[in-house]
Design a binder for this molecule. Sequence first.
Ligand SMILES: *[C@@H]1O[C@H](CO)[C@@H](O)[C@H](O)[C@H]1NC(C)=O
Ligand SMILES: *[C@@H]1O[C@H](CO)[C@@H](O)[C@H](O)[C@H]1NC(C)=O
Length: 262
Amino acid sequence: MKPTSLLLLFLAIAVPASLTLAGDVPNKIHPLRPQVGSGGHHIPGVSCQSWRLAVETDNIKDWDVVPMVCENYVGNYMLGHQYRKDCNAAGWAAYDYAKGLTLKKDGKDVWIFDIDETALSNLPYYARPDNAFGAKEYNETTFKEWELEGKAPAVPAILYLYKRLLKLGFKIVFISGKSESLRSITVYNMKKVGYHTWEKLILKQTSESGTTAMVYKSKKRKELEEAGYRILGNMGDQWSDLMGSHVGNRTFKVPNPMFYIA
Ligand SMILES: *[C@@H]1O[C@H](CO)[C@@H](O)[C@H](O)[C@H]1NC(C)=O
Ligand SMILES: *[C@@H]1O[C@H](CO)[C@@H](O)[C@H](O)[C@H]1NC(C)=O
């Protein structure tokens, strides 16, 4: 049976039932449109859900801050189960792909990770009222102070993937837009939460500070390939981690509805 005829059959059964049981709630006859705010009812959170989907798919680009109306929505998403589940889904998809590859095991099979909001989470910082999960303007000063504390936790799904990739024989390369001046605190933080080894940890030099993340990261990946590395997987929370050139055989997007980096 075609889906449309199934729907008609369903409505034929559902309409009389809803009339007798809840004649004053006409939306009950739309079983395929549950809770989406159709029929004139405003369901809180729905427009923010659409906004999140649009930023995750890169349909909305170059956005500055989280829309004020979505501050609570993004906060609930980040602190609740869904963000963790979405990270797990990305991690498992990546592992599923990685375990199917036949590695050359010559030390040149590479997996790239971004650091902020990928390997490490700055959620304790973004959850502060003056940052409001990205609904307030980025503050370079307070973010740097937070980075210098070296207290960012790992994103659990990514740490787990990292360990599994090492077991499979991948070499790990971290490419971050963090400044080279933060190397020692970054290394300290990474090791403290469980990232204990890597092939390279690439940070942004002062001479590169004017370049966008996409240009900078493409250049770093090009240098890796020129050095004989094969980039089999590449994972980051920003599209600028995953687009540009030399992106690798497959890319994996980690969710992040809190900020956008070009
Ligand atoms: C950043 O935060 C500090 C401390 O709250 C504040 O003094 C400063 O004005 C803020 N800077 C910007 C650009 O908002
Ligand atoms: C990765 O992509 C390159 C270039 O398309 C291809 O030659 C290579 O076979 C791919 N490697 C794997 C393991 O799929």
